[in-house]
Design a protein around this ligand. Structure first.
Ligand code: MN
Length: 387
């Protein structure tokens, strides 16, 4: 019967983008244009939004206008939109009123509902509160199953053990119980991922943009085709932004300017290899450096020196100091004492101000011992001879 559609999720429109704090509105606009253009070129019948399309209900009016224009533009091409609310953009009437006035905009209600498009049944529900804890898939009315089935909702699959909140939880065995071959267009997990359970395709397209520094991996949305034998064929369509992860060994660097040159080389090499409108860099410094270089790196990462103007990069220092705490302690006297104090220190013993704690909780630095090693190396460099 030939049905084509686009499946996207977790756009988080309106969220400040870590990599592009200045130009997020332009990027969101480019992203929606890209989705609309792909939809038109491939003659899709509809687009599925599987939750967290908006970051919250307080997004700027200009962001809502972008989405309203997007709906209208697609209506001109007879393309429908099926929309499931997630935990970030859970249903409140006032927020959705402008969109609901458009006749090609279909929003799922609080309980399971089925829309029909040609011979295809599209089942879904919306969050009506942020912290939806109900196991929705376990109460799906299976009598609504049709010949070809598509599901569209926001859920956390418990087996993934993800960092995401356990909202509207589901588990693999619940998917296996759905007897008719179905395509599950899911949202909530920001990383593109997919599984086959019994005859069912479970698909998270992930966020089409890297909204946070740690969101590496492929970014885009799915273009799906329902073939005549009820098989779903999908193609991943890359979005306007790519986040590239690179590791740089800085062992040979004698000072911060050499480190910076290496970063520049890596950035320009990546940008000749990868072509996309927006490229962001997640760069990890590795290797072993002298205590004085270690000190410079830590200082300049903090003051933003290594974020070279005009280039969007997040620099993480994973390098080690050439001089171990044990070697520092061999200096006896003061150094030995300092090393012993650092060794005994526990995270809970350190009074941190709220700003530092906040920063700490948002990074993926979980290793207090490596922070202690860095601090010791910097202190050693300052006290010894590198000041
Ligand atoms: Mn979510």
């Amino acid at each position: 019967m030939g049905i084509n559609f686009i499946h996207t999720a977790d756009l988080h429109l309106g969220r400040g983008l870590d990599f592009y704090p200045e130009s997020s509105l332009t990027i969101y606009s480019d992203l929606l244009k890209e989705i609309a253009e792909t939809a038109r070129q491939n003659n899709v019948d509809f687009i599925l939004f599987s939750g967290d399309t908006f970051n919250n209900h307080d997004v700027e009016v200009s962001i809502k206008k972008l989405f309203l224009d997007f709906i209208k533009e697609l209506n001109a091409d007879n393309i429908d939109i099926y929309y499931a609310c997630g935990n970030h953009d859970y249903y409140i009437p006032a927020f959705y009123r402008p969109f609901k006035r458009e006749k090609n905009f279909y929003i799922f209600p609080e309980n399971w509902h089925t829309f029909y498009k040609k011979d295809l049944a599209i089942h879904g529900f919306s969050f009506y509160e942020q912290a939806l804890k109900k196991r929705m898939l376990s109460v799906f009315p299976t009598e609504n199953l049709s010949k070809a089935n598509l599901f569209c909702f926001h859920t956390n699959i418990e087996e993934l053990g993800s960092i995401h909140e356990n909202y509207a939880p589901s588990s693999f065995d619940e998917y296996e119980k759905i007897s008719a071959a179905s395509y599950f267009s899911l949202g909530h997990i920001h990383k593109k991922s997919e599984w086959i359970k019994a005859k069912n395709n479970l698909v998270y397209p992930g966020s089409p943009l890297p909204t946070r520094h740690n969101e590496t991996g492929e970014k885009g949305f799915y273009l799906v085709k329902l073939c005549s034998n009820q098989r779903f064929e999908k193609i991943f369509s890359p979005s306007v932004a790519t986040l590239v992860e690179s590791y740089i060994d800085i062992s040979e660097s004698e000072d911060i300017l050499e480190v910076n040159s290496l970063i520049e080389e890596t950035v320009s090499k990546t940008e000749t290899e990868i072509k996309n409108r927006y490229i962001a860099h997640n760069i990890k410094l590795t290797g072993c450096v002298t205590p004085s270089v270690k000190k410079e790196i830590l200082e300049h990462i903090a003051d933003g020196y290594l974020y070279e103007a005009g280039r969007i990069a997040n620099i993480e220092d994973k390098s080690l100091s050439e001089i171990s705490p044990e070697q520092i302690a061999e200096n006896k006297g003061l150094f030995e004492t300092i090393t012993e104090i650092f060794k005994a220190m526990e995270f809970e013993d350190v009074p941190l101000d709220s700003k530092v704690l906040n920063e700490y909780s948002e990074t993926d630095i979980k290793d207090f011992n490596s922070i202690k090693r860095d601090a010791l190396s910097v202190l050693y460099s300052m006290l010894k001879d590198d000041r």
